[in-house]
Design a protein around this ligand. Structure first.
Ligand code: COA
Length: 173
């Protein structure tokens, strides 16, 4: 399978915050935003692996600024590392005030998707070849983030997380 670049999975999604999308404060509901982010991540995953895929994990979802009723939600997603059957997708979200013409950061997150074969079993995906400096940084960090996820999911023993151990050793020394 030929390696792909993050640019090949790059996805932009825009939504308008309507009354039915808001909480009692008149801001976009977190759950609605997560729904849209999951779709954007799913499109990016599909562009990378060209097979059906599923969300297996979501992490680091913290909300910096609320997005207001009537503002535009701007979501960008791209694959930042592909492993064997799973891939990590980086998402960035902004709010956009069209009347006053400014954009503000809302949140950032990492989603992990698994590619599935016709029997619903995980299947091999193309590797990823990062190009820009930012993409290379995300690519390197993805290995450590994966180890944290797998340890928390009880799928990896902490003593096997070599990259994480090396990072802690470096920080302590
Ligand atoms: C996705 C699913 C088919 C994977 O099955 P599984 O038995 O966990 O398969 P494996 O243990 O072989 O894991 C498959 C891949 O997922 C990764 N993975 C599994 N659990 C993970 C987790 N919590 N976080 C990150 N990656 C995870 C594994 O590392 C592996 O990746 P790799 O092949 O690139 O190394 C299964 O977990 C599932 O059906 N989950 C429900 C998904 C779902 O319903 N999503 C919709 C949201 S409700």
């Amino acid at each position: 399978m030929e390696a792909k670049t993050p640019a090949e999975s790059f996805t932009i999604m825009n939504e308008l915050v309507l009354p039915n999308d808001t909480n009692t404060f008149g801001n976009l509901m977190g759950g609605r935003l997560m729904y849209w982010m999951d779709i954007a991540a799913g499109i990016a995953a599909g562009r990378h692996c060209n097979t059906p895929s599923m969300t297996v994990s979501v992490d680091n979802l913290s909300f910096k600024n609320p997005i207001k009723l009537g503002n535009v939600v701007h979501i960008e997603a791209k694959v930042c590392r592909a492993f064997n059957t799973s891939m990590e997708i980086h998402l960035k979200v902004w709010g956009e005030d069209l009347l006053h013409q400014y954009k503000y950061e809302s949140n950032e997150a990492f989603f992990t998707f698994v590619a599935l074969d016709p029997n619903g079993k995980p299947r091999q995906i193309p590797s990823l070849r990062p190009e820009s400096e930012e993409e290379k940084k995300l690519y390197e960090g993805a290995l450590r983030r994966r180890q944290i996820r797998l340890i928390l999911a009880d799928k990896m023993k902490p003593e096997d997380a070599n990259e994480l151990k090396a990072l802690f050793a470096e920080k302590i020394s």
